[in-house]
Ligand binder design. Structure first.
Ligand code: ADE
Ligand code: ZN
Length: 333
């Protein structure tokens, strides 16, 4: 089976309606929805903020260590079926501590599942704490310190949430600190914001990958820079369409960026909300954008190279594509 790396998925965005109801029952909470169908009927978003409002509201069912472990395990099980062999997952720590959940309990729950991902699912994994850009720099630093103090292994830090009007430069200090501590750095940019937001995370946060980044497409000088500096973009096709950043999959800039030499990867972002997991995104872009087998293979190899996995893991995953002659992609089954 050929291997993929998923580099842009928010664990809280994998919270399926069925699990929301199950956790609410387990934790004795009443949800403001009649049933699962009622909840799903609200998954029609005008923009990023409309989505975020529901996403933050739904995650209040996550209260105890085992809730976070169950959430993470369910994602890993589904990701394995999608062909994912490396998962670098995002976790919005402040969205939990901000409503009274202990940082250590939440992180330990996630780690309970991640630490067994290889044994259970053949997936090596890493945890990236995504700081929320609508909150203050002080809050970000506090979250970073809580995460470090928990003792849970961290792969890196990231930046997400409301993009427009929340400049990344406010977070330079915490990103410098994480880098000095040996962590990797990524940030969302160019999802709703224009190309200047992408430049901003490159220049002020000095991130190694840009999450989304699709708005760079309108700025040829920036595209050249992404190619020259080989900065990966973790692109999320379903997400962009469902949040109205891109009109439809058939006009998604993924193919254009790929053909111009940008190291793009395909990811699911918040699959429980946007209509599918990594395999669903791949099947859809392949069809809608007419990607060749070689281009699909390049997307897979990009995801492996752009991951923060150790060299021997990357080599093992990349080798799954070796036996395929150019012109075939093999099945993910
Ligand atoms: N948090 C979860 N999903 C996100 C997205 N698509 N953009 C920004 N922040 C997010
Ligand atoms: Zn995201």
């Amino acid at each position: 089976m050929t291997a993929w790396a998923e580099l842009h998925v928010h664990l809280e965005g994998t919270l399926e309606p069925e699990l929301i109801f199950a956790l609410a029952r387990r934790n004795g909470l009443t949800l403001p929805y009649a049933d699962i169908a009622d909840l799903r009927s609200r998954y029609d978003f005008g923009d990023l903020q409309e989505f975020l409002d529901l996403y933050y509201a739904n995650m209040t069912v996550l209260q105890h260590r085992e809730d976070f472990a169950d959430l993470t395990d369910a994602y890993l099980a589904r990701a394995a079926r999608a062909g994912v062999r490396r998962a670098e997952v995002f976790f919005d720590l402040q969205a939990h501590t901000g409503r009274g959940v202990s940082a250590t309990e939440a992180l330990e729950g996630v780690n309970d599942a991640l630490s067994r991902s290889h044994e259970r699912y053949g997936i090596t994994s890493g945890l990236i704490v995504t700081l929320l850009r609508h909150l203050s720099a002080e809050s970000a630093m506090e979250a970073y310190e809580q995460a470090r103090a928990s003792g849970v292994p961290l792969l890196g830090i990231g930046l997400c949430s409301t993009e427009i009007g929340n400049p990344a430069s406010r977070f330079a200090e915490v990103f410098d600190r994480a880098r000095a501590d040996g962590l990797h750095t990524v940030a969302h940019a160019g999802e709703e914001g224009d190309a200047s937001y992408v430049r901003d995370v490159l220049d002020t946060l000095r991130v190694e990958r840009v999450d989304h980044g699709v708005r760079a497409v309108g700025d040829p000088a920036l595209v050249d820079r992404l190619v020259i500096e080989q900065i990966p973009l973790t692109v999320c096709p379903f997400s962009n369409v469902r949040l109205k950043g891109v009109e439809s999959l058939t006009v998604h800039p993924l193919a254009d960026l790929l053909r111009r030499g940008v190291k793009v990867t395909v990811n699911s972002d918040d699959p429980a909300y946007f209509g599918g997991y990594l395999d669903d995104n791949l099947d859809a872009v392949r069809e809608s954008l007419g990607l060749s087998d070689d281009e699909v293979r390049t997307l897979a190899l990009n995801s492996i190279e752009a991951s923060f996995a150790p060299a021997e893991v990357k080599a093992e995953l990349a080798a799954t594509w070796d036996y395929l002659a150019a012109g075939t992609t093999g099945g993910r089954e």
